[in-house]
Ligand binder design. Structure first.
Ligand code: ATP
Ligand code: MG
Length: 418
């Protein structure tokens, strides 16, 4: 038997209601903040991600699905591991920054990373990605955080925690990274293999390390919060002031550097204890140099990405919704044509209707109607057929009445709407 690829998941019809709810909630909430949807391809040139995410990140070094195209150039293509790089490419390619007075966009869709699959970690997963371009002030960082938290709230997630940091900018971070590199030299040999490598190639990543033995060493390293330039310090102070103003609680974590190289200044993550080891629901921050690095103008950016699998996992299961309002139980052989016409008219009137297609008996049809959650069952047996009527049973009230065939659509529409 052919099975789904390891790390991929089918979202089955019984689960899809939860997905529709969170997708709808995203669209509604984001519209209130003035964000519009953008849809970019799921594959792009490999170098977009290599340049946009950073060669020494886990994503680019180990997790990308990269393949050669069959064209003459043998171009290297990659399934998108995240959405920001593709969105930035589209913003540059279509000069959106010249025409859109408030360039705020979002995307919804699948991402691909070759990770070790486990609960809450898949090789194809879905994100809501939200980005605002060309806005420098700290208040847009705060808006982005508000959107993220507001979204979790409207989805029904009550327990979550905002973690906040500033990682400096092109002015102050290089000096800090050097300080960190120097501080790591005498201690790196006592750390895990990944940290030994990162100590030279990408020292910031060391702060991300989860290996227990390394923790005491990492705690003793110099902190970015003590090395921010005055502009970054002011920006961060203002972000915190506005969060306080809006009564948004946060926890500062000087080790929150995030997995991608392009972040500047504000970085944040939202975690939920209920998720266990894979506890981050979303992460984001500011990335002021990215648009320029990808060949565009000097244009600031700030945004976040949220994992929908993890969000859906956290939400209380909603009661399963009925799949039809009415079920037509066709018992008389000659009643099929009436049922087909009635179905057509009912659907045109906006009523969700289903019927039996296998000529079963009343008992089995009633059972099926019940399983489908039908509120009304319209029965046509020999008797009804002879007098051009349906016996309509109200399944909740356990009552029934006869309704003439020509009036059925109007009758049921009224019942369902009312
Ligand atoms: P983690 O630390 O859990 O690996 P990350 O920092 O790699 O997360 P981001 O790249 O910031 O994650 O992506 C944002 C969100 O996307 C995460 O918070 C998470 O909810 C979700 N996510 C990331 N990778 C996966 C995955 N492999 N499977 C499911 N969801 C994921
Ligand atoms: Mg990751």
């Amino acid at each position: 038997m052919i099975r789904a690829i390891k790390g991929t998941r089918d979202i089955l019809p019984d689960e899809v209601g939860a997905w529709h709810r969170v997708e709808k909630a995203a669209r509604e909430l984001l519209a209130r903040y003035g964000y519009r949807e953008i849809r970019t391809p799921v594959f792009e040139q490999t170098q977009l991600f290599a340049r946009g995410i950073g060669a020494d990140t886990d994503i680019v070094a180990k997790e990308m699905y990269t393949f050669e195209d069959r064209d003459e150039e043998r171009s290297s293509l990659t399934l998108r591991p995240e959405a920001t790089a593709g969105i930035v490419r589209a913003v540059i390619e279509h000069h959106l920054f010249q025409t859109d007075p408030a360039l705020k966009v979002y995307a919804l869709g699948p991402m691909f990373r070759r990770e070790r699959p486990q609960k809450g970690r898949y090789r194809q997963f879905h994100q809501v990605d939200v980005e605002a371009f060309g806005m420098e002030g700290p208040s847009i960082d705060v808006e982005i955080i508000q959107v993220a938290l507001g979204y979790l709230r409207v989805c029904g997630l009550t327990e979550s925690q905002l973690i906040l940091n500033s990682v400096g900018d092109a002015k102050c971070r290089p000096a800090y990274v050097e300080t960190l590199r120097r501080a790591l030299r005498p201690v790196a040999s006592r750390m895990c293999a990944d940290c030994q490598r990162r100590a030279e190639t990408n020292p910031l990543r060391v702060l991300d390390c989860k290996v227990p033995e390394d923790q005491p060493i990492i705690e003793g390293l110099p902190r970015i919060s003590d090395h921010l330039c005055p502009e970054c310090r002011d920006h961060f102070a203002e972000v915190k002031r506005e969060l306080d103003l809006l009564e948004i609680p946060y926890r500062l974590d000087h080790r929150l550097v995030r997995g991608l190289d392009y972040y500047t200044r504000t970085t944040f993550e939202v975690t939920s204890g209920a998720l266990g080891a894979q506890n981050s629901v979303l992460g984001g921050g500011r990335y002021d140099g990215l648009v320029r690095d990808l060949g565009g103008p000097e244009l600031s950016g700030t945004g976040f990405a949220l994992g929908l699998e993890r969000l859906v996992m956290l939400l209380p299961a909603a009661a399963g919704e009925g799949r039809c309002d009415a079920f037509l139980a066709v018992l008389a052989t000659g009643a099929l044509d009436r049922a087909l016409l009635a179905e057509r008219d009912l659907r045109e009137a906006g009523v969700r209707v289903m019927m039996d297609h296998d000529g079963r008996g009343l008992k089995s049809q009633m059972k099926k109607a019940d399983k489908l959650g039908a509120r009304f069952v319209a029965i046509m047996g020999e008797d009804e057929l002879a007098s051009d009527v349906w016996t309509v049973r109200d399944m909740t009230a356990s009552t029934q009445e006869r309704v003439s065939d020509v009036k059925l659509a109007e009758y049921l529409e009224g019942k369902v709407r009312g």
